[in-house]
Design a protein. Structure first.
Lengths: 197, 466
């Protein structure tokens, strides 16, 4: 995973609330065994019609969306299924951050572990971004700030560990592996090791 | 005196292998890790890339459920395509390489991951249980902290048996009243989600409490906890009690005799202490509920079966009605159903099948409606067949299939065609969830069965009077 420090990009706006991971990547695209290549199926049933043709009015399909790295989404983004294929599809497509008033729990964790920055900002700042699709904004992961089209900025929270994961590109697996001694101590002191023979 | 603690607090405290520090969350030890073919292959690949082994194969259990066929052609499983078959074979290789017990297709222990855990007695009070599947919340019915994780986390648990966790908030939902005749745990959870919303539980672990919850049997409790994720919560809990202990006694993975008595004594200390505080509290009356049906594209968009579909409150609801081809202002009752699906980790246990069979017994489904009954596990299937339920289903005109997730997630070829409408006992009515362009009305097994008879969304209550 590559470190993410600062993202400067035009936005794409998908204002609907409660966008679930079945929309981000429909289940029929989960039959693979690899993490890559899922960008082609991102929002498959919204991007394409029944005949497989691109819908020109879908925000990701508009010419100005080309190359955008920041998705501005509605509230409770990424709800539903725990499929990590959702952030895999978003990053494979080229997104580096999702900006929303609220992001669903499992998706948020999955995003961080894949270098996709979950940016939760207050509703008024979010409304400003929704009303200005294609705005050039900057997300500063270290500072926890997003620049707004009106020249102001909005703050977003990240747990210290999540921020460090994003900034260093080192995930929780390394941290856990380094705690092997403590895990072993805990395991040996466990008095209800029901799974042991 | 010790500070009173909630059920969740007690489980958390007992599983902190490393407490949280200023720059890292707590390291939480996982007692039981369940894996399946769809969200595990990339995790095993990560282990291989890093040269890591599975730390505790004895705490890891595997099954196939999501992408497997529920039909056999000439005795062989009718896989949708090479990719789904490859996923199953990949899991077989990974389990073999790492010494993990796998329930393969045709194995007497195979089934939907959230059906077999409790069935085997792997799901026990006080445990931390994870799986790369959001409906892991099901296991919370036993007073276990059980939650869905992503594939990178699956790799972490395989390699270290641990996860880094920010401590969630607690949400107590007190449920009073009694469910009326023909009103089930499915209607209850749909009612709760309608009232509090699909994001109500975000950042929280829910504990379902109160007389209406205590009155539910274990399978109904599983249905309730199963859809916690549809209320935005990663986990839902119910305190263990006599109903829980009775269910667990004698199960394959539960010790017997004195050891069982010792466990019961330990489990009895788990319920939330008198005076313990939840971060948030809500209450709900179960007594006023009628059978629920969803009219939209998220599980919060529901109403009583005889109630008029409410006028859309915003653009999202308008879009949902448009997608569903449903008009506000009148009930869903009578809306033709192309398919009725009885199955999934929400409602494919033996009590669900018995309830559906009671409605269907001696009757025929509407010929315009396909009825698919997919048991949650091989064990449920055997039990149903021992009781003659399969005969009831077949005689009514249903297809009786092999266990798996089937049309709940529609990965295996069991799916709707565009604009077809299903009355489904599953958990998600998202756009395209049961097939691209397909429309889903979530309902209980008895409502689904009644709808199959009517060929349209139906109230189950008239079919239950005898």
């Amino acid at each position: 995973m590559d470190p993410v420090v600062r993202i400067a990009s035009r936005t794409v706006v998908l204002p609907a609330d409660n966008v679930d991971t079945d929309q981000i990547i429909p289940a029929r695209f989960l039959t693979g065994t690899r993490r890559d290549g899922l960008g082609a199926s991102l929002f498959a049933d919204w991007r394409r019609d029944g005949a497989g043709e691109l819908r020109p009015d879908f925000p990701l399909n508009r010419p100005e969306a080309e190359g955008s790295r920041i998705l501005v989404a509605g509230a409770n983004f990424g709800c539903g299924s725990s499929r990590e294929h959702a952030p895999w599809a978003l990053t494979d497509y080229g997104f580096a951050a999702v900006v929303s008033p609220s992001i669903a729990d499992i998706f948020k964790g999955n995003a961080v572990r894949n270098g996709l920055v979950p940016v939760e900002i207050e509703p008024s700042a979010h409304r400003q971004l929704v009303s200005r699709p294609g705005a050039e904004i900057v997300i500063d992961v270290q500072a926890g700030s997003v620049s707004l089209p009106d020249g102001g900025s909005a703050r977003f929270e990240l747990a210290p560990f999540a921020r460090r994961c994003l900034l260093t590109g080192r995930g929780p697996l390394d941290f856990l592996l380094e705690r092997e001694a403590a895990i072993l101590r805990y395991e040996q002191g466990k008095d209800d090791d029901a799974a042991a023979p | 005196m010790k500070k009173p603690r909630t059920l969740f607090d007690k489980i958390w405290d007992a599983h902190e292998a490393v407490p949280a520090g200023p720059d890292h969350p707590a390291v939480i030890y996982v007692d039981t890790h369940l894996i399946h073919e769809v969200t595990s292959p990339q995790a095993f690949a990560l282990l291989r890339e890093r040269g890591l082994r599975v730390r505790r194969p004895d705490r890891t259990w595997a099954t196939v459920d999501h992408s497997i066929p529920t039909r056999f052609v000439e005795g062989r499983p009718a896989f949708l395509n090479r990719a789904t078959r490859n996923q199953v074979e990949t899991l077989e290789r990974n389990c073999e390489e790492h010494g993990i017990l796998l329930f393969r297709m045709g194995d007497p222990g195979q089934g939907i991951v959230h059906v077999i855990g409790p069935e085997l007695g792997l799901t026990q009070p006080g445990r931390v249980i994870v799986c790369g599947d959001s409906h892991t919340s099901t296991h919370g019915a036993f007073g276990a902290w059980a939650f869905g994780i992503g594939t990178t986390e699956v790799a972490q648990v395989l390699a270290t048996q641990c996860l880094l966790q920010e401590r969630p908030h607690t949400l107590g939902i007190e449920i009073s009243g009694r469910l009326g005749a023909g009103v089930t745990a499915k209607d209850l959870i749909l009612g709760v989600i309608r009232r509090f919303g699909v994001a109500a539980g975000r950042g929280h672990v829910i504990e379902y409490r109160g007389g209406a919850v205590r009155a539910l049997d274990m399978e109904a409790r599983m249905t309730l906890c199963n859809m916690s994720i549809e209320a935005g919560a990663r986990a839902g809990l119910i305190a263990p009690d006599e109903t829980t202990f009775e269910y667990l006694e004698g199960r394959e993975q539960v010790p017997s005799g004195d050891a069982f008595a010792g466990l019961v004594a330990r489990w009895s200390r788990l319920p939330t202490d008198e005076g313990a505080a939840f971060d948030r509290s809500l209450s709900f009356d179960a007594g006023s509920l009628e059978p629920m049906v969803t009219w939209g594209t998220n599980p919060g968009m529901s109403c009583g079966v005889s109630e008029a579909v409410p006028a859309p409150a915003d653009a999202e609801e308008r879009a949902a009605l448009d997608y569903m081809g449903i008009e506000a202002g009148r009930p869903l009752l009578g809306r033709p159903a192309d398919v009725v699906f009885i199955g999934s980790c929400t409602n494919a246990r033996i009590s669900d099948l018995r309830a559906a069979a009671r409605v269907l017994a001696g009757r025929r489904t509407n010929p315009a409606t396909q009825l698919l009954v997919v048991p949650g596990s091989a064990k449920v299937r055997r039990q149903a067949e021992a009781e003659g339920l399969d005969e009831v289903f077949r005689a009514a005109g249903a297809e009786w299939r092999a266990p798996g997730c089937s049309m709940c997630i529609a990965m295996n070829g069991d799916r709707l065609s565009p604009r077809e409408l299903a009355v489904s006992t599953s958990n998600r009515n998202f756009e395209g969830r049961q097939g691209p362009g397909g429309r889903t009305v979530l309902a209980s097994p008895v409502t689904a069965a009644a709808s199959a008879l009517a060929g349209a969304v139906a109230d189950p209550r008239p079919f239950l009077q005898d």
